[in-house]
Write a protein that binds this ligand. Structure first.
Ligand SMILES: C[S@@+](CC[C@H](N)C(=O)[O-])C[C@H]1O[C@@H](n2cnc3c(N)ncnc32)[C@H](O)[C@@H]1O
Length: 467
């Protein structure tokens, strides 16, 4: 062995260690003119980068590639969008949070994706790469039938790809719309709003309700009519318009909604943490939101016309109001059976929107059923309907990508079988997809590293609609 170590040729296959190491692995995988994203450090990311480099041409890589910062002497748009200060955080933010955003600058901390902390949100960079490798091109239409915070529509819009985003939660629809509108929202009224933040805070508190500080698991009563944003929208908005006009000299709906999201975001925080007063939270969040808008629009300058259209709707993924064979690609992530209660997370916001949580619960995949076992059965039934719908609306030979996590420990308890006998949700989904005219093309595993996650593995399942 001692002999081999120093020699130039390895005895087994006659390859020089020196040659292998000095050439490096990346040269074998990627052409010399591509420079990889500095924060690429997971195996699935390397795989996505590799597929992008094989599937896109040089111009496409420079315009829409996700995992490269340079193509020859051109910086990619993704690089330009991500550079600079990643996200302005309130001064009291922990060093851990600041470093998280710095570390994830190219993955999550760019554009308007950082506006609302939605649990279970996609990595936008991964979304971009998946859109690319599914062969979806500018002018095409992509569908996310469970859009959550709207990561897919917003990324698609940047890429010139039209989108349809659907979610059962009206709050998700609202939040996604605000994030999308923020790409082109007028800045002056927002600057004005920051100057009048105290009055705005009081105004929103009066009309939309106030948080109860530190009451994380507050049980809400159904709101009475005068307190409900949805039911009283006309009254609310007309009242608002007058006051709004006085305060920030505009009556634009998108400005109103943007400020309302900032208010709801801050109220949600205030309910979870006593660290700052609700008003201080509001001001800090408003400042951050403005920074995001300014940065995003600065990057977009001159190319606003390339932004594609996004239709963002409240609806049910099990029954899509979309024509047969009409979309060019589908990308979504369903709730992972009983992992996160999205309604419970958004209780404050939904309550202020005048939603009846019990009625809404009936529409939510993963939340129905008397006990875990029944929940699981219903979950499988609902996912089957969703796959049927995906196959119906997708054009033949196009791709559908599903990202799903699985927790074998939990399933073993629920199904009362040993862990070794549990079939992961990803496998169940693939089998169902095959019944609905899909062929599995590739599955990539992805580790979940979030702080509060019970799930360890997530799978990216790429399916192709049969001809
Ligand atoms: C894992 S989250 C999606 C997160 C999203 N990918 C993002 O980037 O923010 C799952 C979403 O499915 C939604 N959902 C649950 N049941 C639904 C249904 N029947 N139809 C449409 N959306 C539903 C939930 O409201 C939740 O926002």
């Amino acid at each position: 062995m001692g002999k081999c170590m120093g020699s130039k040729k390895s005895s087994s296959n006659n390859i020089s260690t020196f040659d292998v190491l000095s050439e490096g692995m990346f040269r074998k995988l990627f052409p010399e003119n591509l420079v990889l994203s500095p924060q690429l450090n997971e195996v699935y990311e390397l795989a996505l980068a590799y597929y992008e480099s094989k599937i896109l041409n040089e111009d496409e890589l420079a315009d829409n590639g996700a995992y490269f910062i340079r193509v020859g002497d051109r910086f990619t748009r993704h690089y330009l969008i991500c550079t600079g200060e990643p996200l302005l955080l309130p001064a009291h933010s922990s060093p851990r949070l600041k470093s998280f955003f710095k570390k994830n600058q190219f993955r999550t901390g760019y554009s308007t994706h950082g506006l609302f902390p939605y649990r279970g949100k996609f990595h936008p960079q991964m979304v971009k790469a998946l859109i690319n490798i599914m062969g979806i091109k500018p002018g095409d239409t992509i569908l996310d039938p469970m859009m959550g915070s709207g990561t897919v529509p917003i990324e698609a819009s940047f890429m010139g790809i039209n989108s349809i985003g659907i979610d059962a939660s009206p709050f998700c629809r609202f939040m996604s719309q605000v994030k999308y509108n923020a790409l082109t929202i007028q800045q002056e009224p927002l600057d004005q709003a920051l100057k009048s933040s105290k009055e705005l805070f009081e105004f929103f508190g009066r009309f939309a309700g106030s948080p109860i500080v530190g009451r994380k698991n507050r049980k809400y009563e159904l709101p009475n009519d005068s307190n409900s944003i949805n039911k009283e929208k006309i009254y609310f908005k007309s009242e608002y318009t007058q006051r709004f006009f006085e305060l920030i000299k505009t009556d634009k709906t998108d400005v109103f909604d943007f400020l309302l999201l900032a208010y709801l975001d801050s109220a949600g925080y205030a309910e979870r943490s006593k660290r700052q007063s609700p008003y201080d939270q509001f001001q800090a969040i408003l400042e951050r939101y403005l920074f995001v808008v300014k940065k995003t629009q600065y990057v977009l300058q001159g190319s606003e016309s390339l932004l594609a259209k996004a239709d963002l709707l409240q609806g049910d993924a099990r029954n899509l109001i979309i024509k047969k064979s009409s979309v060019d690609g589908i990308l979504f992530s369903p709730p992972y059976s009983f992992a996160i209660d999205y309604l419970d997370n958004d209780l404050f916001h939904l309550n202020l929107m005048g939603e009846n949580i019990d009625v809404l619960k009936e529409k939510m995949v993963g939340l129905r059923g008397k006990n875990f076992k029944e929940r699981y059965q219903l979950y499988i039934e609902h996912m089957d309907k969703i796959l049927f719908e995906c196959a119906r609306v997708l054009k033949p030979e196009k791709f559908c990508t599903i990202i799903i996590g699985t927790n074998d420990n939990q399933l073993s308890k629920v199904l009362d079988i040993p862990k070794e006998e549990v079939t992961g949700l990803h496998k169940i989904l693939i089998d169902m997809a095959v019944q609905h005219h899909f062929s599995p093309v590739r599955t990539l595993a992805r580790q979940i590293s979030g702080i509060a996650n019970t799930m360890r593995n997530e799978y990216i399942i790429i399916l192709q609609r049969n001809p």
